[in-house]
Design a protein around this ligand. Structure first.
Ligand code: GLC
Ligand code: CA
Length: 558
């Protein structure tokens, strides 16, 4: 296996709008990030992925780009970016930008041109289709954010495809000029010295040109997998992107693998494939989402989670590489979803980072998770900002599939705003994020959960993150060890050993609020040194070990 720097490196994801506001207009910005680089460095992370910072009308908070080579004015200027990049590099932190190659904003100049007439040279930058004879859309594809994936452009009488909102028309990757234009933008940033890209929904670039309709009964997740992702030319495009752009730089690509499965992942990241460096998969993040967001979901099931981790390991043993995450800007807060954000807030947050830091695959940490930020409870739809949640709510108002209260409850449990509330720096007004009322309200628990309060507390979640990430730097076994599980069918405990050369560790994670006894025969010929423990004590005999609620315990065996 080729041990590139980004494999062991830990990625810290920043949602710039919510990270730190330097000029007190209520919106986080680039200077705000620069002023927090020492903080970020102190976490012992290596790479910063910044969600989109390019010019955008913000219909989807930057994931609707209107100019790939300009900075969004709300976030600052190009010289603010240059400063951020150079300050990060001085601290030996890498910067990874979020590239959105599947679609642009409808305010991008390409789309403005394309709309002018059917024979405009930019028409073919997007995907246009004639209406059906009765005037309806070309097929029944649903969009990710509710409603149909087609919108009629009245003046030219054709529909355009948008897998996301109608303000995010999909680019036509069949057109070599589209591909070259995106490559040019990539070179622009790479030439400045950025260290790579997170590539937004990159698995969707190649469309099935038959545009066959879908069977809605299979559920949205399957529709993505079968019809939207993994299209016929996807590997051709990604290989071309590698040849024409990525291979000429010391930079890496992390593909957002929407609809990519453990069965086809190696086609994207196999070392011999020369496509992407790693694939960010969704099986853990979507573990309880059966058909799609805001539909029926299932209960937390550790056995299923273990199975997912186990299966994705195989992609790496076959020579590919993956990225792991329990949270990002599109999902509810991890401690609220996978842990316990009340009585065992601290314990479960620490346990969850222990899980992530001891799995192979590049670890992605999302801003605020290092202090255990939690979901927010919004009281009315007027307080909701996220376009996906809002579309769901207003569509549901008409269909009444769920009561309005239930819809809001679902938004509070699953909605993207949970992860987008401003970073909680201290207990001052607006959590120290800004002196102005922020674009999205601060979680009211900021006076008990914030950086300032945790930074000097050696028992805090924040201190634990720093410690375990330092251990990950020191012990390669955490990042590359051979993984072996035991107690596979235990629904409360996740336990495994990892070995690399002469080093062996054993990891115990209690996912329940109860104490759990686990059979584990300690070898009395060997020493068991605690590498990290989220409780101060351990109860063990030679035959077994008792784990406290949400306890995580790692031994170094020698
Ligand atoms: C990705 C992004 C999400 C965005 C969508 C459309 O899933 O993570 O935030 O809305 O792509 O670009
Ligand atoms: Ca600002």
């Amino acid at each position: 296996m080729n041990l590139n720097w980004f494999k062991k490196g830990v990625i810290y994801q920043i949602y710039p709008r919510s990270f730190n506001d330097s000029n007190n207009d209520g919106i986080g910005d680039l200077k705000g990030i620069t002023s927090k680089l020492d903080y970020i460095k102190s976490l012992n992370v290596d790479i910063i992925w910044i969600s989109p910072i390019f010019q955008s009308p913000n219909k989807d908070n930057g994931y609707d780009v209107s100019d790939y080579c300009a900075i969004m004015p709300e976030f600052g200027t190009m010289s603010d970016f240059d400063e951020l990049l150079s300050e990060a590099h001085q601290r030996d932190l890498k910067i990874v930008l979020d590239l959105v190659p599947n679609h642009t904003s409808d305010e991008h100049k390409w789309f403005k041109q394309a709309k002018q007439s059917k024979n405009n040279p930019y028409r073919d930058f997007y995907i246009w289709k004639k209406p059906k004879p009765d005037g309806s859309p070309p097929n029944n594809w649903p969009s990710f954010f509710g409603g149909p994936a087609w919108t009629l452009h009245e003046n030219t009488g054709e529909y355009y495809l948008h897998l996301f909102t109608k303000n995010q028309p999909d680019l036509n990757w069949e057109n070599p000029k589209v591909r070259e234009s995106i490559y040019e933008a990539m070179r622009f940033w790479l030439d400045k010295g950025v260290d790579g890209f997170r590539m937004d929904v990159v698995s969707l670039l190649s469309k099935d040109l038959n545009f066959k309709g879908v069977d809605p009964k299979i559920g949205f997740r399957k529709i993505i997998e079968k019809h939207y992702a993994n299209g016929p030319k996807i590997h051709h495009y990604l290989h071309e992107m590698y040849e024409k752009v990525m291979k000429h730089y010391d930079a890496f690509s992390m593909g957002e693998g929407v609809g990519v499965t453990q069965d086809n992942a190696h086609l994207y990241v196999g070392e011999d494939r020369k496509e992407l460096d790693m694939i960010y998969h969704f099986d853990i993040l979507e573990n309880n989402i059966i058909n799609g967001k805001f539909e029926e979901s299932s209960e937390f099931d550790l056995i299923n989670i273990k199975k997912i981790f186990r299966n994705w390991q195989k992609v790496m043993t076959k020579g590919g590489w993956i990225a792991n995450a329990l949270g990002n800007h599109d999902f509810a807060r991890l401690v609220s979803r996978f842990g316990n954000d009340k009585k065992y807030h601290k314990e479960s947050a620490k346990m969850l980072i222990t899980l992530m830091a001891t799995q192979n695959g590049t670890l992605n940490i999302y801003q605020g998770d290092e202090i255990g930020m939690t979901n927010i409870h919004l009281k009315s739809i007027d307080q909701v900002n996220d376009v996906q949640s809002r579309n769901f709510y207003f569509e549901n108002l008409e269909t009444q599939k769920f009561s309005n209260d239930k819809a809001l409850e679902m938004i509070n449990n699953e909605g993207r705003d949970n992860a987008r509330t401003p970073m909680q720096w201290n207990s001052e007004d607006q959590a120290g994020f800004s002196e102005h009322e922020p674009w999205l309200q601060v979680n009211p628990n900021y006076n008990i959960i914030n950086v300032e309060q945790q930074i000097n507390d050696s028992d805090s979640i924040l201190s634990y993150y720093k410690t375990i990430l330092a251990l990950k730097k020191e012990h390669d076994v955490l990042s590359y060890g051979k993984f072996e599980e035991f107690e596979k069918n235990n629904k409360n405990i996740y336990a495994y050993t990892k070995t690399l050369g002469y080093q062996e560790i054993v990891v115990f994670l209690n996912f329940s609020q109860n104490e759990n006894l686990i059979d584990y025969e300690f070898d009395n010929e060997k020493n068991y040194d605690i590498l990290i423990n989220n409780y101060r004590f351990v109860t063990k005999t030679l035959k077994n070990i008792e784990l406290k609620p949400y306890q995580s315990l790692v031994f170094n065996i020698n």
